[in-house]
Write a protein that binds this ligand. Sequence first.
Ligand SMILES: CC(C)(COP(=O)(O)OP(=O)(O)OC[C@H]1O[C@@H](n2cnc3c(N)ncnc32)[C@H](O)[C@@H]1OP(=O)(O)O)[C@@H](O)C(=O)NCCC(=O)NCCS
Length: 277
Amino acid sequence: MRYTQLARKVRHRVWPSRPWFATEDVEVGRNVRFGRNIRFDCRRVRIGNGCVFCDNVHIQATDFTIGNYASIYDSCLFPGPGSIEIGHNFWLGHRSMVDSAGGTAIGNNVGVGAQSQLWTHIQFGDTLSGCRFASHKPLLIGNDVWFVGHCLVSPITAGDRSMAMLGSTVIKDMAADRTYAGSPASDMTDRFGSQFTERALQSRVVDLNGRLDHLLPNPIERTQVRVVTDASDATVAEAGVLVLNVESRSYSDTNHPLELRVIRGLLPKAKFVPRLY
Ligand SMILES: CC(C)(COP(=O)(O)OP(=O)(O)OC[C@H]1O[C@@H](n2cnc3c(N)ncnc32)[C@H](O)[C@@H]1OP(=O)(O)O)[C@@H](O)C(=O)NCCC(=O)NCCS
């Protein structure tokens, strides 16, 4: 899409202003909101549905892809050049940095607390005069990983559901379901436990229905959202019904009028990704 066309489209859905794109290769999903002074210094931009970019966000990644329902808070910086691919429901707190120079891949449902820095390169010293520190490495972050806040992260691999506590300096890979803390961060799962515990499906269904009742007090709207526990239920769902599958943590991506209110309204304490067909 040409940027002029996009700008015309975006003008109708921005809040309160529209971003600046260095490229015409831009695709923006439905119900995306942009704050003031947002710059995409990119060659290619792909943004999913329902994302929110607050004020003063600057993206220098050459190739920037982000899924549905991301929340990027004020004054975040994405240094580049490089490629960054981020899944659904990403949450990035105020004044954080996510580098892409070495290549960054982030899964679904990842949270990065305020003033964190995620790096993929080291570069500044005068290599002409012999500085030995100039390198790039990829940063690979799995699903449901949580850097609680003020974390400093080297180019590592973080396994699914791993977690780093406030102020951690993470310089080694994080194993799935392990919890880290300190500087340099060490595995403190024995002290804190894992981020997630087993929760019975039925208890999740009851909880989700309660949250939906609260979110949608209008009984007619409430009938348009259905909670299921297995994929076959989702496929037989009536047209016009937004189906949330608790087992797979997915929703039917039907362009349903309630999708924005429900999926965003449930965040951050219940996360659903679009169902794969
Ligand atoms: C610094 C860097 C290049 C080191 O990578 P590396 O050569 O693969 O070295 P390692 O990560 O294996 O670290 C070597 C050792 O130093 C330790 N170490 C590394 N960084 C450390 C830090 N910040 N604080 C304390 N110890 C640290 C490691 O624990 C390891 O110790 P060990 O040998 O006892 O296990 C890499 O971690 C990096 O790029 N970090 C981010 C750089 C950055 O901040 N960039 C900002 C923009 S310039």
